[in-house]
Ligand binder design. Structure first.
Ligand code: NAD
Length: 260
C-alpha cells in the first residue's frame, strides 16, 4: 500500500516505534529508524524491516536532544532514500516527580526530546513534502497531550505542546496535500511505563502485576493495555488514501481514558 514511500520513525528502537516501523515495512515502505540501542539489536530490527518490506531499512543514532543531529537524520533519509514522505515523531522519555522537586535538567530533557525534536524534524522535512504536494506527519503524543496527571509536569507540558504544534502544522500544510496528526495513546506496556509500575510497586509494597491492574482500573475503562501493533496500524491508516482528509486531529487510543 505504501510501496515507494519513504518513512522516518524516531525512537523506533523502542516498543511503540518498532511496531510503527514494522507496520510501515509490512505496507512495503522504506524506513529510516532512529533511536538508541545495542548494535546487534538494531541490526536485527533492520534485517526484519528489509525482510518484511523487500525495500530499504536504515538506522540513525541521532540524539533527539540535539538540533544539529536531527537535521542530519532528516538529511540522511533525503539523501539515501531520496525523500522523506512520512515523518513519525515518536521518540520520548518520562520522569515522574512533584513540581517542587522536579529536576530542572529532566524538565529540559523531556521538553527537548518529546516536543522540540518534533519541531526540528518537521522543520527540516516539511518544505520538500509541500513541494511534492504529498506528505504525512504523525506525532506520537499521549493522553497526556489532552489531560493531565499529577507528577508529570514536563511530560504533560511537552505532549500538550506537541498537540498544539500538530494543529498549527496541519493548518499550514493542508493546502499542499500534507497532513499532520497526533495519536494520543493511553497505557502501553513498554519500558517507559514499566519504570513507573516498578517505582509505584516499590513505594506501595505491592507486586508490579497488582500495580499494572490498578493503573488500568483507574484510567482504562477497557481494563486492557493499548497494543503497540494497534498504534502501528493507526499510523499506517493515516498514511493511506483513506486517511487523506484527516488532519489536525489528536486521536485518543486509550481504552476510553479521556471519555470519562
Ligand atoms: P520506549 O522507551 O520503548 O522507546 C523510546 C524510544 O525513544 C527509544 O527508541 C529510545 O532510544 C528513543 N529515545 C529516547 N531518548 C532519545 C534521544 N535523546 N535521542 C534519540 N532517541 C531517543 O518508549 P515507548 O513507550 O515505546 O514510547 C514511545 C512514544 O510513545 C513516546 O513518545 C511516549 O511518550 C509515547 N507514549 C507512550 C505511552 C506508553 O504507555 N508507553 C503512552 C502514550 C504515549
Amino acid at each position: 500500500m505504501l510501496k515507494g514511500k519513504n518513512a522516518v520513525v524516531t525512537g523506533a528502537t523502542g516498543v511503540i516505534g518498532g511496531a510503527i516501523a514494522r507496520a510501515f515495512a509490512d505496507a512495503r515502505a522504506n524506513v529510516l529508524v532512529g533511536g538508541f540501542g545495542a548494535p546487534e539489536e538494531i541490526e536485527k530490527l533492520r534485517a526484519d524491516l528489509t525482510a518484511r518490506s523487500g525495500g530499504a531499512a536504515l538506522h540513525s543514532g541521532a540524539d533527539m536532544r540535539r538540533p544539529d543531529e536531527i537535521g542530519r537524520l532528516i538529511e540522511l533519509a533525503q539523501k539515501q532514500l531520496g525523500s522523506v514522505d512520512i515523518l513519525v515523531n515518536n521518540a520520548g522519555i518520562q520522569h515522574v516527580a512533584p513540581v517542587e522537586t522536579f529536576p530542572p535538567e529532566k524538565w529540559d530533557e523531556i521538553i527537548a526530546v518529546n516536543l522540540t525534536a518534533a519541531f526540528h524534524a518537521i522543520r527540516a522535512a516539511v518544505a520538500q513534502m509541500k513541494a511534492r504536494r504529498w506528505g504525512r506527519i504523525v506525532n506520537i503524543a499521549s493522553v497526556h497531550g489532552l489531560v493531565a496527571s499529577p507528577d508529570k509536569g514536563a511530560y504533560v507540558a511537552a505532549k500538550h505542546g506537541l498537540v498544539g504544534l500538530t494543529r498549527t502544522v496541519a493548518l499550514e500544510t493542508a493546502p499542499f496535500g500534507v497532513t499532520c496528526n497526533a495519536i494520543c495513546p493511553g497505557w502501553v506496556d513498554t519500558p517507559l511505563v514499566r519504570e513507573q509500575i516498578a517505582a509505584r510497586a516499590a513505594k506501595e509494597g505491592r507486586s508490579p502485576d497488582a500495580i499494572a491492574a490498578a493503573m488500568l482500573q483507574e484510567k482504562h475503562p477497557s481494563r486492557a493495555f493499548v497494543e503497540p501493533e494497534q498504534i502501528g496500524a493507526a499510523v499506517v491508516f493515516l498514511c493511506s488514501p483513506a486517511g487523506a482528509a484527516i488532519t489536525g486531529a489528536a486521536i485518543p487510543m486509550d481504552g476510553g481514558w479521556v471519555a470519562q
